[in-house]
Design a protein around this ligand. Structure first.
Ligand SMILES: [Zn+2]
Length: 169
């Protein structure tokens, strides 16, 4: 038996074990490196995602806010178109202008005091009657006698109802 064999023989199991170990170490190292690389890439991706996330988040929040505002405005618009704000109409009746306020499609009221048809000014009470306060040239001669007031008001009420109904206010 050569001398080398004599030396190697007892070392054989150790070398084999070592060989296994080296192989194992290489396998472990390869797997380890792969895992490490994957982890590093994963971390990088996570980091990139994390950097991108705030932008996407703000975009999402902005979008949600935009949609909310749009929906709100549309609702308000629809609401106001269904139930418009008080509308006013001026109409002529018996040579006076009367103002009707349309609170809703089913409810309106005519203001108590009419306007001068010539000067578009609300009459004022004077000497027991209702007169135009315009003093630009000569004193306006428009007078609404108090004893005729209720009749003219009732006529105006009837007129307003007719105008509102026939014009689909
Ligand atoms: Zn007048």
């Amino acid at each position: 038996m050569p001398l080398i064999n004599l030396i190697l023989k007892p070392l054989k199991p150790i070398l084999l074990t070592l060989g296994h170990h080296i192989f194992g170490t290489i396998v472990v190292a390869l797997i380890g490196v792969s895992v490490l690389v994957s982890w590093a890439i994963g971390t990088l991706n996570l980091l990139l995602n994390a950097l991108q996330t705030p932008v996407q988040l703000w975009e999402a929040i902005a979008l949600v806010l935009l949609v909310s505002v749009y929906t709100h405005l549309k609702t308000v618009k629809n609401h106001s178109s269904k139930y418009p704000k008080k509308r006013e109409i001026l109409f002529e009746s018996d040579n006076f202008k009367w103002k009707a306020i349309i609170h809703s499609p089913s409810f309106h009221s005519v203001e108590n005091m009419p306007f001068c048809n010539l000067h578009d000014k609300r009459l004022i009470e004077y000497g027991g009657n209702y007169v135009c306060p315009d003093k630009n040239n000569d004193a306006c001669e428009t007078v609404l006698k108090s004893d005729k007031y209720q009749l003219l008001k009732d006529i105006a009420e009837s007129e307003a109802e007719h105008i509102i109904r026939t014009n689909n206010y």
